[in-house]
Design a protein around this ligand. Structure first.
Ligand code: NAD
Ligand code: ZN
Ligand code: ZN
Length: 341
């Protein structure tokens, strides 16, 4: 008899997710079946469910890419993982391993990659398939709900901060103090950076200060830019944008110091203006940053394992996913919502 599992499914873009009984998938060669214990809810899952981006997933699909759990079964050919191992399912489900990106430590740019919860079913289910060479190894006795947000929010902002090239003792401005931004602040402090955090609600600014931001500034205040420039004595060396807001991208260009780098994580659908004169004369670098490699993930998990980064989580259940999506859209989530299976 086929074993069944509960899953939250996107059947149509923009419609509430449905709760279905699906067959527990079979791990194929080099795959593992993961029993999901906890899954964080990333704003990307909402973009996926809305079909927000130019490259869309194909419904029906199961979102979720912050899935922490244990190996329930191993597929043929898997030798380095066994039943009971604690693992994490992240955005990068797998990549080809052979292209110029894969062979140079940029597997996140592989054109043949699969993405969890987007092109393959993800972690909003009792079980999900991971690729044995791409699942994260989690520490023994890990708290699954607390580690889950590291699998996307953690790795993405840790990598995004590295991509700002800001050095210890320098300033980084972090725009957006949501699921990503609130862990970004902690990584930045642990990396020896000074942090100016920006968001648009008093609650998020309080959270930013609680987590160690040197200053927390209302991005919608008319003097926000001036405030950052004054505090940082000339602008931040690096700017990390995690905000789901196009105006935040425009603002980022004003927060940065000459020769600085703006690293973009947020993915609101749309376009932003880049003032050519400023970019050229100030020798600015603007770059996108997409999740992180397996090595970045290992490092990001180590910060959490050592207690240097602690996601602010609120536990919920799978059947509340549509309410969580509404809260994310309204910008009222404090830290990260995590589904406990
Ligand atoms: P979230 O909803 O938890 O947080 C977004 C935050 O942006 C909220 O706190 C909101 O108040 C804030 N915000 C809104 N307008 C703002 C403004 N004008 N200035 C400053 N802050 C503002 O979302 P999240 O899960 O943190 O994800 C953030 C974005 O990052 C999403 O677009 C998501 O798809 C994207 N993302 C990208 C990657 C990547 O690899 N590049 C990985 C994960 C998520
Ligand atoms: Zn994500
Ligand atoms: Zn490749």
């Amino acid at each position: 008899m086929t074993q069944m599992m509960k899953a939250a499914v996107v059947r149509e873009f923009g419609q509430p997710l449905t709760f279905d009984e699906l067959p527990v998938p079979e791990p194929g060669p080099n795959e593992v079946l993961v029993r999901i214990m906890a899954s964080g809810v990333c704003h990307t899952d909402l973009h996926a469910a809305h079909g927000d981006w130019p490259v869309k997933p194909t419904p029906p699909f199961v979102p979720g890419h912050e899935g922490a759990g244990v190996v329930a079964r191993v597929g043929p050919g898997v030798t380095h993982l066994e039943e009971g191992d604690a693992v994490g399912i992240a955005w990068l489900h797998d990549a080809c391993g052979r292209c110029e990106y894969c062979t140079t430590g940029w597997e996140t740019l592989c054109e043949s990659q699969h993405m969890s919860g987007y092109t393959v079913n993800g972690s909003f289910a009792e079980y999900a398939i991971g690729h044995a060479d791409y699942v994260a190894r989690l520490p023994d006795n890990v708290d699954f709900a607390s580690i889950a947000p590291i699998l996307c929010a953690g790795i993405t902002t840790y990598k995004g901060l590295k991509e700002t090239e800001a050095r210890p003792g320098e300033w980084v401005a972090i725009s957006g103090v949501g699921g990503l931004g609130h862990v970004a602040i902690q990584y930045a402090k642990a990396m020896g950076l000074h942090v100016a955090a920006l968001d648009v609600t008093a609650e998020k600014l309080t959270l930013a200060r609680d987590l160690g931001a040197d200053v927390a500034i209302d991005a919608s205040d008319a003097h926000a830019v001036e405030h950052v420039i004054d505090t940082t004595e000339g602008g931040a060396h690096g700017v990390l944008v995690t905000a789901v807001s196009v105006p935040a991208f425009n603002q980022a260009l004003q927060l940065v110091r000459r020769k600085g780098t703006i690293s973009l994580n947020g993915l609101p659908p749309g376009e932003f203006q880049t003032p050519i004169f400023d970019v050229v004369l100030k020798r600015l670098t603007i770059r996108g940053s997409i999740v992180g490699t397996r090595k970045d993930l290992e490092e990001a998990i180590a910060f959490a394992a050592e207690g240097k980064v602690r996601p602010r989580i609120h536990e919920t259940s799978l059947d509340r996913i549509n309410e969580v999506f509404s809260d994310l859209e309204a910008g009222t989530v404090d830290g990260r919502m995590v589904i406990r299976m």
